[in-house]
Design a protein around this ligand. Structure first.
Ligand SMILES: [Zn+2]
Length: 111
């Protein structure tokens, strides 16, 4: 059993941008599994990656960064949506009291 933690290989095609890269990450390597790359790809990119398909199982650093930033964005948005939902049930929606202060004082001074 060779260790899969070496992600540095020469001339591998990225699954996402289909370009040749020297440095890639194996989707099903140790790091790839830890980062849940295949789950993130299928969730955010509507691409199905499986160990059995004949396509490349590697992604490049650029695509990894894009995938991770997408994940961060979605995570932040989901967190915000949950917060808003929670807060909207706690908050009393104030009935807007409109105080119209119309101070129209016409000091009658006719010349
Ligand atoms: Zn790529």
């Amino acid at each position: 059993m060779g260790s899969l933690d070496r992600a540095v290989l020469t001339g591998f095609i990225c699954r996402l941008c289909s370009e040749m890269h020297r440095v890639v990450l194996h989707i099903y390597g140790e790091e790839g599994l830890r980062l849940k790359i295949s789950e993130k790809i299928s969730r955010y990119l509507s691409i199905n990656v499986s160990r059995a398909d004949p396509l490349p199982k590697t992604i490049c650093k650029t695509c990894l960064e894009r995938l991770e930033s997408q994940h961060r964005l979605v995570t932040v948005m989901e967190h915000a949506a949950q917060l808003l939902k929670r807060n909207s049930s706690d908050l009393e929606i104030g009935r807007g009291k409109e105080n119209n202060d119309n101070n129209n004082k016409n000091g009658g001074s006719t010349l």
